[in-house]
Design a protein around this ligand. Structure first.
Ligand code: SAH
Length: 342
């Protein structure tokens, strides 16, 4: 099998060079060239021609091409549907926030977590992405728009902790000073709550923000929409979040999609407040984005206001997510699905 150059660290590239009879420092040259925009092995002009040929026989630079691109007329949010080398497609979203350009990327093609409200999981998991394919979503967007991305959220299609090794490698690559050099504190990873993997992640001691998709104040409600809740209880999940904070010093961001009549009552808000009270955390409320398979509805404005005030009374910081790209279906795997149904 050919080596995927963009998924490799300079040291690994160096070893590859040595195995092909070259000197180790060539690995650093290749690494830097990739992030300067080289997309074809033939373009590495500083490498000897004979070596370029043997490299091309043993390795490749993966590509992602823009299959569809939607630009929001409201706020300039850009949604990409990228085609990967095997024809599979993934979505990414570019958003302009006051704190910087933010890219929401996918970590898998499809997803096997089965959350009832999510479009990405409807057809199950096709495959996990390689580190290079996560990097490419950002690099191709930067190339396309001529702008830099300063913040990255792993909140697109897929469950990042279900693609653990590749995601960790991606985080280390994107943070590399000779690469994209994105600070780990500018990266958020969102999980539906794989408790064992949260513990593993805590041991990596990376300074990323961990977002946890909670979406319910108790197991009974959570099990109605999230199959993962049958594997781990909220008690186990919250305990893992506390261990994460203890080890990394980072506060957890809890995602909570408000679904009318399912999890948005004042009682639900009180129960959530009691659950999280005293934790180093933040609650991010997201009015649910209706998908066509299910008749979930967004909570009413008043219900949202009451929910926010009730949780805040427990001295917990709460925000309601501002919706970007409302006119381009910017969320939740809907573009890939629409494309597949064409
Ligand atoms: N698998 C990861 C990351 C991908 S989803 C996770 O579960 O966290 C990113 C966020 O969008 C999650 O909080 C997810 O629960 C939420 N989400 C998915 N579908 C949604 C919808 N229709 N409306 C609102 N939020 C949704």
């Amino acid at each position: 099998m050919k080596s995927d150059l963009l998924s490799m660290f300079p040291e690994e590239l160096g070893e590859l060079c040595v195995s092909l009879g070259q000197q180790k420092y060539r690995g650093k040259q290749i690494f830097e060239g990739l992030y300067k925009g080289i997309r074809d092995i033939g373009e590495f002009s500083q490498l000897p021609k004979g070596f370029r040929e043997s490299l091309a026989e043993n390795a490749f630079i993966p590509r992602a091409t823009v299959k569809r691109k939607l630009v929001s007329a409201i706020d300039g949010t850009v949604k990409y549907l990228y085609k990967l080398h095997d024809g599979e497609t993934v979505e990414s979203v570019f958003m302009r926030y006051h704190h910087g350009n933010t890219m929401c990327i996918s970590t898998q093609v499809g997803c096997r977590m089965g959350c009832a409200f999510c479009a990405s999981t409807k057809a199950g998991l096709v495959r996990s992405l390689y580190p290079s394919e996560m990097l490419l979503q950002i690099m191709e967007c930067e190339r396309d728009l001529g702008e830099r991305v300063s913040n990255v959220v792993l909140m697109g299609m897929g469950e990042p902790l279900d693609n653990y090794d590749n995601v960790i490698k991606f985080l280390k690559l994107i943070n590399h000073e000779s690469g994209l050099n994105v600070g780990l504190r500018h990266i958020s990873l969102s999980t539906c709550g794989l408790v064992d993997k949260i513990d593993r992640l805590a041991d990596e001691n990376l300074q990323i923000t961990l977002s946890v998709s909670l979406h319910a104040p108790n197991d009974e409600i959570r099990r109605k929409t999230m199959p993962i809740a049958n594997k781990w209880s909220i008690e186990q999940l919250i305990a893992a979040c506390k261990r994460y904070t203890d080890k990394t010093g980072r506060r957890i961001s809890f995602e909570y999609a408000l679904i009318a009549g399912v999890n948005d009552s004042r009682d639900n808000a009180n129960e959530l407040g009691r659950l999280l009270s005293g934790m180093l955390c933040h609650v991010n409320l997201i009015p649910v984005n209706p998908i066509k398979e299910r008749d979930f509805k967004k909570s009413e404005k008043n219900a949202i206001k009451t929910f926010v005030e009730t949780v805040e009374a427990y001295k917990i910081s709460v925000t309601v997510r501002r919706k970007l790209g409302a006119d381009i279906n910017a969320s939740c795997g809907q573009l890939r699905q629409a494309d597949a149904e064409k």
